[in-house]
Design a protein around this ligand. Structure first.
Ligand SMILES: NC(=O)c1ccc[n+]([C@@H]2O[C@H](COP(=O)([O-])OP(=O)(O)OC[C@H]3O[C@@H](n4cnc5c(N)ncnc54)[C@H](O)[C@@H]3O)[C@@H](O)[C@H]2O)c1
Length: 385
């Protein structure tokens, strides 16, 4: 079968996440970038699209024009990535799913739990793929952690500790900068700022690795910069449905922390520690053993890690290649659907609309608990209770 056609909405020139998607989608030669509505400014989006190599008639001015243009083409896109600001995800994702396209949506998938449930229902009813870009789960050693937990290396999981704490909004003098301010304004950001932006990555990764979903949580949310209505720091305690205890810290005022995504998993027979800023090393401490460093790219780790590692051991491998693993999983899922066969189980690791919905339920649970002095609340979406 030939290459798959790929389109992108958002990710225009100068955007933060656009280049990582284009690198990730292009890495394996599975997808060809053929269509885009890349910018909220029509002409800037068209112009940039053409400079990136799109044909003039597929460098669209906006996502609706792209939907109409692509809908009727024989060579229409097989997958569209939605990488626009958060408040637009629901409307765009819904429209493309309903028109029969597969979608990879940036996080957060929606702004409310109800919208999340609607997306899950549409994806199920249409049989289209709706993936959510928790792209950090594409790192080989994150997938290896999951494989180690699943094959029982750690025994029962007692504790998972997840952090996504950076210091990029720590400057009180910068709090009124429009590029920062909207993130803490409920009218634009919704019910949560830092947890909805970063905390959900950490929570999703914890669930992905331990194979358990958050059931209940208690949150302490604070605005360290007093002019902010929404939280810039949160500490969340969790209970997972398989019995694990969760501790999650997320912050945007942690000066000196850069990206700050880390995961530690402690089981009855061993502990693991991984950090996104040193993604090529995983620390493994077996009970009664010695601390070991597992290097990405070592042969024979697990099928999941071996498959997703792209560069020889000892060479740094980073975030766009983690995204590439999500894209390669999606290519396999799309091809399997077209060919009417089961997909390769080793590729069946991409995050789903159900994960996007669970995140949204957790966001609302954190906001509710935070307002009520940390009262324990249900973290599950109503549809999964
Ligand atoms: N998965 C991750 O690791 C990760 C990392 C960063 C950002 N994100 C998510 O990606 C999304 C984009 O974030 P960003 O930091 O790249 O934002 P950004 O502000 O840097 O870029 C947004 C881009 O979308 C374009 N855009 C805005 N509205 C549009 C519309 N209606 N139609 C077409 N294009 C439109 C803008 O012109 C711009 O090019 C957000 O939802 C964010 O949460 C995810």
């Amino acid at each position: 079968m030939g290459k798959l056609n790929w389109g992108m909405i958002g990710g225009g020139e100068g955007s933060q996440i656009g280049p990582a998607h284009r690198l990730g989608a292009g890495l394996d030669g599975e997808f060809v970038f053929v269509a885009g509505a890349l910018d909220h400014r029509r002409e800037a989006g068209r112009d940039y699209g053409k400079r990136l190599g799109l044909a003039a008639d597929r460098a669209y001015g906006d996502w609706r024009e792209m939907l109409e243009g692509e809908r009727t083409r024989d060579d229409r896109i097989d997958l569209v990535t939605v990488a626009t600001p958060n408040a637009t995800h629901f409307e765009i994702t819904k429209a493309y799913l309903e028109a029969g396209f597969h979608v990879l949506c940036e996080k957060p998938m929606t702004m409310t739990v109800e919208e999340g449930e609607e997306i899950v229902k549409i994806a199920r009813a249409t049989g289209r793929i709706c993936a959510v870009n928790y792209g950090y789960t594409g790192y080989p050693l994150v997938r290896h952690m999951r494989a180690m937990v699943a094959r029982g290396d750690l025994g029962a999981i007692r504790l998972v500790k997840a952090e996504f704490a950076h210091g990029h909004h720590a400057d009180a003098a910068d709090a009124d900068n429009p590029r920062v301010r909207w993130r803490y304004d409920p009218a634009q950001a919704g019910v949560s700022a830092q947890f909805a932006d970063c905390g959900i990555h950490a929570l999703h990764m914890a669930s992905f690795v331990i194979g358990q979903e958050a059931e209940r949580l208690s949150a302490d949310t604070v605005s360290c910069i007093a002019s902010r209505e929404l939280e810039d720091d949160a500490m969340v305690n969790l209970r997972f449905d398989g019995g694990a205890v969760g501790r999650l810290w997320t912050s945007s005022v942690a000066l000196g922390r850069q990206h700050g995504l880390t995961l530690q998993v402690f089981g009855e027979n061993g502990g693991l520690r991984w950090s996104q800023e040193q993604p090529n090393q995983l620390y493994w401490m077996p009970l009664r053993g010695r601390l070991q460093v597992i290097e990405r790219g070592e042969g024979g780790l697990s099928p999941e890690a071996d498959r997703s590692s792209r560069v020889t051991v000892g060479h740094a491998e980073g975030m766009p290649l983690a995204f590439a693993n999500i894209y390669r999983d999606l290519a396999e899922a799309i091809r399997a659907g077209k060919e009417g066969r089961a997909m390769d189980p080793a590729a069946d690791l991409y995050p789903r609309a159900e994960d996007g919905l669970r995140s949204m339920a957790a966001v609302f649970a954190v906001a509710e608990s935070g307002k009520a002095d940390g009262v324990w609340v249900d973290a599950r979406p109503p549809m999964f209770r």
